[in-house]
Design a protein around this ligand. Structure first.
Ligand SMILES: Cc1ncc(COP(=O)(O)O)c(C=O)c1O
Length: 403
């Protein structure tokens, strides 16, 4: 490989929630760690690889100029997004005016919710549910209506269209969130699945907020289907949210964007996002995106996907072979694994808390699945050098999922 996906980054003391929270024994990692076990961060959704070099170069280049006054995003910023969306997602005819800066995907999601619903209104989401949706919607006064994903005969998570329709009718729902690919379940929704959902939304006049922050992280050759691409209704009734933050590990720099094609929806969105006066881009974040979406960023991402695919394959195989009673659905996108420990807990008469404690005691910091609206599940972040993934699963076998 041309880029470095094997060095073990020491993130301690470098502003990293991933290691700082477990190191300080803050909740939920509030059990003592045993001597001799370093922290393996497998929880919050960021990565443990050095960034693509063109990002640091772009930021360093800008730092050479000694003024950081008010500014307008440069054309290069929009051109970089249009090129990325065209090449990676086969998006057609994306124009600068369709793109708008968002100070975080969750901020954009709430702006979209504000124009599509009133406070207290129900919004449809799937469960398991990304914890950020739950917090954001609750904090901003919306009612969450869950439609549980169900597993098909191949252990693949699928949408339950009958349940979605029932909930839409019962609750008079006119706004839905689609997480594509789905965090934490790892499904990369197909065109057929998205079209079916869109037919339902069109039938009941439901607008869609498409969170596609994970769209670049496609495993094992799966391809991303942008929600807006599936039909005309989807193109004109969807606020799509994207960012380079998951792909290039830039969450600490902040910087996302929306794509909205319909002029009415776009005007409503732009008006809403302006009103708080908080939604301004940081100049270094703009250069980070421009640096990421350079030719080097395309090549770096291709290598990243090979590394993550290998990690996911290894983890799924390891669990199937060694952890009786733990089941996983192989992720198609994201670098998360959502593992169901119900049978293991029942067979060994232990609680999920005990699993979490055993893991934290030996430095394996994965995440409690309950805040994702799923009992007895854990979410495991696999964006680490392969040697760290191996070490984590060895520790789990020896100390957590014991026979
Ligand atoms: C599906 C999803 N949406 C949004 C976010 C957060 O995005 P931001 O930090 O840009 O608000 C995450 C972070 O993990 C995520 O997984």
């Amino acid at each position: 490989m041309k880029y470095d996906f094997t060095s073990i980054l020491d993130r301690a003391g470098h502003d990293a929630l991933a290691v700082d929270v477990p190191a300080s024994y803050e909740a939920p990692f509030d059990v003592p760690r045993k001597e001799g076990f370093d922290i393996i961060p497998m929880w919050v959704a960021d990565m443990n690889f050095p960034v693509c070099p063109s990002i640091q170069q772009a930021i360093a280049g800008r730092l050479q100029h000694p003024a950081f006054g008010y500014y307008e995003p440069r054309k290069e910023y929009y051109d970089a997004i249009i090129r990325w969306q065209t090449v990676r997602n086969h998006v057609c005819n994306l124009q600068q005016e369709d793109i708008g800066y968002e100070n975080g995907v969750l901020g954009g999601l709430l702006s979209a919710a504000n124009i599509l619903a009133s406070k207290g209104d129900p919004i449809l989401v799937h469960s398991p549910t990304y914890i950020g949706f739950t917090h954001a919607l609750n904090d901003d006064g919306y009612e969450i209506v869950d439609s549980p994903l169900i597993k098909d005969e191949n252990d693949r998570w699928t949408m339950d269209y009958a349940d979605m329709e029932k909930k839409i009718i019962e609750h008079h729902i006119h706004a839905a969130i689609l997480c594509n690919p789905h965090n934490p379940c790892g499904r990369a929704w197909t065109k057929e699945e998205l079209s079916k959902a869109m037919d339902l939304f069109e039938k009941h006049h439901v607008y869609v907020i498409a969170d596609e922050i994970w769209s670049d992280i496609m495993l094992g050759g799966h391809v991303h289907t942008p929600v807006q691409s599936v039909n005309d209704y989807a193109r004109s009734h969807t606020v799509a949210l994207y960012a380079p933050s998951k792909t290039f590990n830039l969450a600490g720099l902040i910087g996302s964007y929306h794509i909205v094609y319909d002029p009415w929806l776009r005007d409503r969105m732009n008006s809403e996002t302006k009103k708080s006066h908080y939604n301004s881009m940081n100049v270094l974040s703009m250069y980070a995106l421009i640096g990421a979406y350079q030719p080097e960023g395309y090549a770096w991402t291709d290598e990243l996907l090979q590394v993550l695919t290998n990690n996911a394959d290894y983890a799924c195989r390891f669990i199937k072979k060694n952890f009786t009673g733990v089941s996983v659905s192989h992720p198609e996108g994201t670098y998360m694994l959502f593992a169901d420990c119900t049978e293991y807990c029942n067979a060994h008469q232990i609680s999920l808390d005990e699993i979490l404690h055993r893991a934290y005691q030996v430095g394996v910091c994965f995440q409690d699945g309950r805040p994702f609206h799923s009992s007895d599940c854990i979410r495991i972040n696999l964006a680490l050098p392969f040697s760290r993934v191996q070490e984590a699963f060895d520790r789990m076998q020896k100390y957590v999922f014991t026979k």
